[in-house]
Write a protein that binds this ligand. Sequence first.
Ligand code: GRF
Length: 199
Amino acid sequence: MNFAVFASGNGSNLQMIIDAVKKKRIKGTLKLVFSDNAAAFALTRARKAKVPVVAHLDPKGFPSREAFDAACVEFLKKEKIDLVVLAGYMRILSPAFVRAYRDRILNIHPALLPAFKGAHAIKDAFEHGVKVTGVTVHLVDEEVDHGMILAQVPVEVSPKDTRQSLEARIHKAEHILYPKVIALFTAGKIKTKGPAGAV
Ligand code: GRF
């Protein structure tokens, strides 16, 4: 199974995926790393790891989100990508993108969905004063931070935590969980139909 990782920023999750592919923990082929941001450190990581295709498209060069996503999908098809892994990709996918890869787009979110959707989940959970938060891996559908939940891990918040210390533990949990779920998915071990996710 060929898969692509989409990332807009640092790419620490991408790095863990690269490492898991190298160690053959993930049996799928990481064929493409894509970013909407030319300056994303994720692209540097991908080039260093010699991912076969490392690509960037600037959304400003397109008249609409739909047009940008259509170019992405065309590119994914051309590269024969079977699975799209979002790892800190900061754009909302258009419905046509979701339809083109229905049940074959994964996302990781730094909270226990459906709580704390959105781009500031760790901060929002911390400021809300929750005692437990965590990490979710889910299928992407037409709604933001929605779609079938495939796996979750809890992260406890201690009274001594600062936002930064909590953030660090959440990222650590992400780095363990995402490669595991991708390994299962690329091995065909995750059910994407039915009442509940399978991990
Ligand atoms: C992660 O916290 C992920 O859950 C969220 O964006 C962040 C990306 O971090 N969707 P990185 O670029 O993988 O370091």
